[in-house]
Design a protein around this ligand. Structure first.
Ligand SMILES: [Zn+2]
Length: 350
């Protein structure tokens, strides 16, 4: 089960409440009709992004994002947490996709937005410390909420103010474009500032003319006939840069069905699962169960599957590659140019 703090950090109160209630901006806050009482006339529900809380000034209902989900779906907080852990999309957040299928428009919108943004020196330094090359830094930007060009219409993370102008949602942070198999931008994740390095989808579901992000799987396109699957878009980008192969970056291990669907579409010679090796045994067991499920699904679709592993303290595939650890692939030996598992031999030596 997800911890309460982790679950809260992964959800935006504006997006979650906005999934059930039509919200309009009111200064730095959001206003809508309370779903917990007969809210006629002037709307009484106020959402406070700064504190990630909400309150109804008529009936007195109030709380954080989990309280809202529990109340609106009639479930306990522990049931809400279970649904989040299980990746149950029928529960939180109620997602409305107003632009489903309009991929070229979303791609054009994101690219127009990214052209207006710099990459802050602090973010560039963080990326270099993670092992990215100077050239690779061009893929990322520093996002901030504020006025946006009209071209963003329909892209997740943007909405229209009452005057009709387009506006980018928060939070501020490192913008990581999420690419589809054709290299088009399908969404974006924001790596937020501060300790813990939390990630959040850029999303505007429920806001005026807004669109929810969904949680698409990132495709870092490379060469060769093997397909690697890891967790997180930055990790996938770095692994592709280092190994040369195509790497999928899941938004979370519980979303493995997306990787499975993409694998079936891409028909690689071999699927390599490279999820995190978490030091915490409980977390490791959860991750292993999801990897087992993904393996089984791939085998049932006649796709050969192998697991990657590495020695040492490295948690993720990216940490292992940066540390120069040897990456073993079950039944294939070490990742190397010879076996086609990877292409850059020098990086596969420990
Ligand atoms: Zn109320």
């Amino acid at each position: 089960m997800a911890s309460i703090e982790a679950a809260k950090a992964a959800l935006s109160v504006v997006e979650v409440v906005g999934g059930s209630v039509r919200l309009r901006p009111l200064g730095s806050r959001w206003l809508g009709r309370c779903p917990f009482h007969e809210d006629r006339g002037r709307p009484n529900l106020v959402v406070f992004p700064a504190t990630q809380t909400w309150a109804c000034f008529a009936c007195g209902a109030q709380g954080d994002v989990l309280d809202f989900l529990g109340r609106v779906h009639g479930r306990s907080i522990s049931e809400v947490l279970q649904s989040i852990a299980a990746g149950d999309t029928a529960m939180p957040p109620p997602v409305r996709r107003t632009v489903a299928g309009n991929v070229p428009r979303v791609d054009a919108g994101f690219r127009a937005w990214m052209r207006t943004l710099p990459l802050a020196p602090a973010h560039a330094a963080q990326l270099r410390a993670r092992g990215f090359s100077p050239e690779a830094l061009r893929r990322y930007r520093t996002h901030r909420p504020g006025p946006a060009p009209d071209a963003v219409a329909g892209a997740p993370g943007f909405f229209q103010t009452p005057s009709g102008a387009w506006w980018a949602q928060g939070p501020a942070g490192l913008l990581i474009p999420i690419l589809d198999p054709d290299g088009r931008v399908a969404g974006a994740q924001i790596r937020m500032e501060g300790p813990g390095a939390r990630y959040r989808w850029l999303s505007s579901g429920g806001l005026p003319s807004g669109a929810a992000s969904g949680s698409p799987c990132h495709v870092a396109r490379g060469e060769g006939a093997t397909l690697w699957i890891t967790e997180g878009p930055l990790k996938a980008d770095l692994a592709r840069d280092r190994l040369g192969v195509t790497v999928l970056g899941l938004a979370g291990v519980s979303t493995w069905r997306q990787a499975w669907r993409l694998a079936v579409a891409l028909q690689p010679r071999l699927v390599v699962i490279a999820f995190d090796q978490d030091p915490d045994p409980a977390t490791r067991a959860v991750v292993r169960a999801q990897a087992d499920a993904l393996s089984q699904a791939c085998r049932s679709s006649e796709l050969p599957v192998a697991r990657a592993s590495w020695n040492g303290l490295a948690k993720g595939l990216d940490d292992a590659l940066r540390a120069g650890a040897a990456i073993r692939v079950d039944g294939q030996g070490y990742a190397s140019a010879e076996n086609g598992v990877a292409q850059k031999r020098d990086l596969a030596r420990g």
